[in-house]
Ligand binder design. Structure first.
Ligand code: ADP
Ligand code: ASP
Ligand code: MG
Length: 409
């Protein structure tokens, strides 16, 4: 049972989570909880780090951010104990979450959950800090924003749990972010592939790594509300009777930037040089477009997370002179809107409909990328919300009778 930041934001909410854990334990289940830092603590710690040092060294930043989750686990264990049940808290390193050494977005490479098994056998509720691990050298690492989901799924796989329940501040995975599209509908069941594409293209309700991990280890995820008992969204292996919606969701991502390298010599090996330098700097490049060359010079544009921009600039500075390009420019006033659907690969006309819908909404498309079950367009950031709503309507995803509610807290 994983609880996100909003779900553990106050002492009152921590008590409510404790009550949920105890109820499940009393019902006869063995319970492992994974928790995030309280409320906006991770954001606050990041802001503090940047106030002290505009480019915080990533090792120290991980050391700092990992404290957020450690506060939550200790308080939650105390809340369970105050309610008369037995609980024990563990940090990520304590439960043997071993990662690679890429600070700030480390990947889990192994889990030795022996101490979890021992505590469960002793009848304790086990509470684990999300988002953190350690390298084989004992260095503290964090798993990237939203990484507590990954901890939860990885632990669920490590202890062969029946299900990994991800409790959050919405009722489940919706056809679009319900904060932007009031007419969005909860999806009851979705298979790993479309969920992975949704998470990868911005549906932050589940982190991409967690879905990837779930798919690779066949972990069933139940994404649900921590404020109600309503059934949420089940993410699992595709079943023969599961319907493949042509478009199951519209997603958005405001967290990327577009980088354009101008006047790049159109020669064999140049793209390889640029992108291997970026890969060596651990930049997650997303879309890439290279224009037709004129007089043996071309422009290359690509997108990358805004959080990777300092690595991008360092990497480009390092190879600009060698590749002989004129300059590079960054535009971070962009957004990515995507449509995702497993049925898309067998249906014609989806691309045309997406482009026409954006045109009708007066939205100019800058870059385009596709996968067999996703279509993404880069557009101006200030048109993102309208574009998402227009696509949601055009692909028939709007709920027919929407009751407008206050934004969930
Ligand atoms: P937590 O702190 O519990 O991990 P997150 O903020 O990471 O919660 O994720 C929940 C948020 O994800 C919701 O509040 C919602 O605004 C956002 N979200 C984005 N896309 C979707 C979607 N398709 N379905 C549901 N929620 C979404
Ligand atoms: N606290 C971390 C974050 O805010 C991890 C998480 O909540 O999943 O990104
Ligand atoms: Mg999250």
């Amino acid at each position: 049972m994983k609880f996100g930041g909003t779900s553990v934001a106050t002492p009152q909410r921590l008590r409510a989570v404790a009550a949920r854990l105890i109820a499940r334990h009393d019902a006869g289940d063995e319970v492992v909880a994974v928790v995030s830092a309280m409320g906006k603590v991770t954001d606050d710690l990041l802001a503090l780090a940047h106030e002290i040092n505009p480019e915080p060294p990533e090792r120290e930043q991980d050391m700092l951010l990992a404290t957020g989750e450690q506060v939550s686990i200790a308080l939650l264990a105390m809340a369970v104990q105050a309610a008369g049940a037995d609980a024990i808290s563990f940090t990520g390193p304590q439960v043997g979450i071993v990662t690679d050494a890429v600070h700030s977005k480390a990947k889990i490479v192994a889990i030795d959950a022996a101490c979890v098994g021992e505590a469960l056998a002793a009848g304790q509720i086990v509470i684990v800090a999300g988002f953190q691990g350690r390298t084989t050298d004992g260095e503290i690492t964090t798993l990237g924003r939203g990484g507590s989901d990954t901890t939860a799924v990885a632990l669920a796989a490590g202890i062969a749990a029946d299900v990994c329940e991800i409790y959050t501040d919405v009722d489940g995975v919706y056809t679009a972010d319900p904060r932007i599209v009031p007419a969005a509908q909860k999806i009851d069941v979705i298979s790993y592939e479309p969920m992975l594409e949704m998470a990868a293209s911005g549906a932050g309700v589940l982190s991409m790594r967690s879905v990837e991990f779930a798919r690779n280890h066949a972990v069933t995820i139940h994404c649900r509300s921590s404020f109600t008992d309503t059934t949420g969204t089940i993410v699992k292996e595709a079943q023969p009777d599961m319907e493949d919606a042509i478009v199951s969701a519209v997603t958005h991502d405001r967290g990327e930037a577009k980088i354009t390298i101008r006047g790049v010599p159109d020669r064999v090996g140049i793209a390889a040089r640029v992108f291997s330098t970026l890969a060596d700097a651990n930049v997650n490049v997303d879309m890439i477009i290279q224009n037709i060359s004129e007089e043996k010079k071309t422009d290359i544009s690509f997108t990358a997370p805004q959080t990777d921009l300092h690595r991008v600039t360092q990497a480009l500075d390092a190879c600009m002179a060698e590749i002989g390009a004129r300059e590079w420019v960054i535009d971070d006033d962009i957004a990515k809107v995507s449509i995702v659907g497993a049925g898309m690969k067998t249906h014609a006309g989806v691309t045309a409909k997406m482009f026409q819908t954006l045109a009708d909404a007066g939205v100019n498309i800058d870059l385009i990328s596709t996968s067999p079950i996703r279509l993404s367009c880069i557009i101006a950031a200030d048109q993102m919300d309208d574009a998402v709503r227009a696509l949601h309507t055009a692909f028939g995803l709007d709920a027919t009778d929407v009751i407008e509610e206050a934004t969930p807290c």
